[in-house]
Design a protein around this ligand. Structure first.
Ligand code: TYD
Length: 141
């Protein structure tokens, strides 16, 4: 995993968990506590069997999210327009908060990888930067 975030508008979120060994772990996120926004949506991504899959390739204008790797591993590449950082996501108890204008690319998924995303708003295509040059221009405005 990681212990320091270098890119802007991103931070590490540590989730509270209970070790109920041998009966599992219980992991908790709560609005305005570990999750620094009101939650309107969650989604998860599974069936990541394609070794060449690349996801993300976008930034958001306003949306706030927490990205969690609840099983397996993947690489999360972040870019705030100036600084780039690669994070190995392999710890289900540590999420990455992403605020506005952070370009993200997700790749190198293990086949058992499951990604959970918690978001501050409903899906709106108009909130996406999908063009890297337009994203850079907006960051430098
Ligand atoms: P996208 O956010 O680009 O996925 P990722 O960043 O994981 O690669 O979304 C992929 C597609 O799914 C895109 O066509 C929009 C659609 N989508 C929804 O309809 N609702 C949602 O909540 C999300 C996240 C995506």
């Amino acid at each position: 995993m990681i212990n320091k975030i270098k890119v802007k508008n991103a931070k590490i979120i540590k989730l509270q968990f209970f070790n109920d060994f041998p009966d599992g772990n219980l992991v908790i996120g709560e609005e305005k506590k570990s999750v620094p926004f009101a939650i309107k949506r969650f989604y998860f991504i599974n069936n990541l069997f394609n070794k060449k899959a690349i996801r993300g390739l976008h930034a958001h204008k306003k949306l706030k999210q927490i990205i969690l790797c609840v099983n397996g591993s993947f690489e999360l590449h972040l870019d705030d327009g100036r600084t780039k950082q690669k994070i190995i996501m392999n710890d289900p108890y540590t999420g990455i908060y992403l605020g506005s204008k952070v370009w993200r690319v997700m790749k190198k998924f293990s086949s058992d990888c499951v990604i959970l995303v918690v978001a501050s708003d409903y899906y709106k295509e108009s909130d996406y930067f999908r063009d890297y040059q337009k994203f850079l221009k907006s960051v430098n405005e």
